[in-house]
Design a protein around this ligand. Structure first.
Ligand code: PHB
Length: 416
């Protein structure tokens, strides 16, 4: 089915080249959005509520996005935006409120009590559910979202931006808009259209990755466990009563085919079990290696192109910040666009990049800190290992340090 679809699209591409003198069908809108992930759909939803038109184009199919396994922690600010803007209150019913996490090292668990420390919580609600809620809301509201498009190119970013694309039926279009938003993910096409001289890219590579699994097993713990051990890091997360999500630090070149269930559970046991705690095990139903890197492109604007979410920045998953940052970008960008269409003022649009990057760099630091505090760093000597345990002890024995962690994890107050 999928293969037939691809062939049809490829044929459509050849036919289009043959008749490229034919006019493209023009679509005129206020805001063109590349990418129908959570960032693109949330922006389109917020704009629609204010009567601002947008068209969203996405190269993946709706099914493909829906089936991609992604992370699951939402800050309270993200939850509030989903609920208050009327996307869905399913997060409050089907999501799990978590009032803390456990840091586990030297075989002992130490609870970081978010509620007590900073009066906030997070919600465990997978990104696939956030996407499903947003896609359903946009559909119910008659939003213009086009999945499975091909041949997307963007033009005239410094003037009135244009997006060319071919739809799933092979028809060619040009979107003419006031603004273009690149919410097209970590392999962003839009990001690459910004001239080199007009942007800076900040990279940090890590010498490891995460091996992620889904397993059919009962919950091992009600809260997330972030475990540091001499065998490497592990994270115990949940999905439902009967499906759990777990990760362990691995080499970036690891091949999932080399890992059968027994080998996976042996690794997880070594890193997490002990002192009366035992993981509840079951068959592994999915396994994947997640690459790890930190990336920021600044500024997040060029002419009338604005970047949002993974298109502009990537964080390692240890801080659970990726989706939350994307939603924060969109909130700030929406305020800028709304103010422009209401008053003609470009003030908030002009400060979008600085405003969004302020939080991005806080999140980069938090994700880097959690990563370096919890993972085994290849080549670390005895000093490095003992220092890391000293750091973990100093965090869990200080109310101030625990409150710092809790504040970062649950999301910084205010939008700046
Ligand atoms: C997840 O449940 O997938 C998850 C939770 C917390 C993280 C990363 C991933 O830091």
């Amino acid at each position: 089915m999928e293969e037939a679809h691809r062939t049809a699209r490829a044929n459509a591409g050849i036919r289009n080249e043959a008749r490229n003198t034919m006019a493209r069908t023009t679509i005129t809108t206020q805001v063109a959005i590349m990418g129908a992930g959570p960032a693109g759909l949330m922006l389109s939803h917020l704009l629609a509520k204010q009567g601002i038109e947008s068209v969203v184009v996405e190269i993946r199919s709706r099914k493909e996005i829906q089936e991609t396994v992604r992370a699951g922690i939402l800050e309270h600010g993200t939850v509030n935006l989903l609920v208050d803007s009327g996307v869905s209150d399913r997060v409050l019913r089907d999501g799990d409120r978590h009032d803390g996490i456990e840091l586990r090292f030297n075989g002992e668990s130490h609870r970081i009590d978010f509620k007590e420390l900073v009066g906030e919580s997070v919600w465990l609600y997978p990104q696939t559910d956030v996407f499903a809620d947003l896609a359903a809301r946009r559909e119910a509201d008659g939003g213009d979202v086009r999945y499975s498009v091909t041949d997307t190119t963007v033009h005239e970013l410094e003037g009135k931006p244009k997006v060319w694309f071919t739809d799933a039926e092979g028809r060619e279009f040009e979107i003419q808009s006031d603004f273009l938003v690149g919410a097209d993910g970590s392999r962003s096409h839009c990001r690459r259209q910004i001239p080199e001289a007009a942007r800076t890219q900040h990279f940090h590579e890590y010498p490891f990755a995460w091996f992620g699994i889904l397993t059919e097993a009962p919950r091992s713990s009600d809260e997330l466990i972030y475990a540091n051990s001499e065998h490497g890091f592990a994270l115990i997360s949940q999905r439902t009563e009967t499906v759990q999500r777990m990760y362990f630090q691995c080499d970036p070149t690891e091949n999932v085919a080399d890992w059968d269930d027994e080998r996976i559970w042996t690794e997880l046991r070594k890193r997490v079990n002990g002192n009366g705690f035992e993981l509840k095990e079951g068959p592994v139903t999915e396994k994947m290696v997640l690459p790890f890197r930190s990336f920021v492109q600044s500024p997040m604007r060029h002419g009338n192109l604005f970047l949002a979410g993974d298109a502009a920045h990537t964080v390692p998953p240890t801080g659970a910040k990726g989706l939350n940052l994307a939603i924060h970008d969109v909130k700030v960008l929406f305020e800028g666009l709304d103010s422009f269409y209401a008053t003609g003022s470009t003030g908030l649009l002009d400060s979008y990049s600085d405003h969004a990057l302020d939080r991005v760099w806080k999140a980069q630091h938090f994700s880097y800190w959690m990563t370096s505090m919890l993972h085994s760093l290849p080549g670390a000597d005895d000093f490095g290992r003992a220092r890391q345990l000293g750091e973990l002890h100093s965090v869990v024995s200080s109310q101030h340090a625990k409150a710092y962690l809790a504040e970062q994890y649950t999301g910084w107050p205010g939008s700046r």
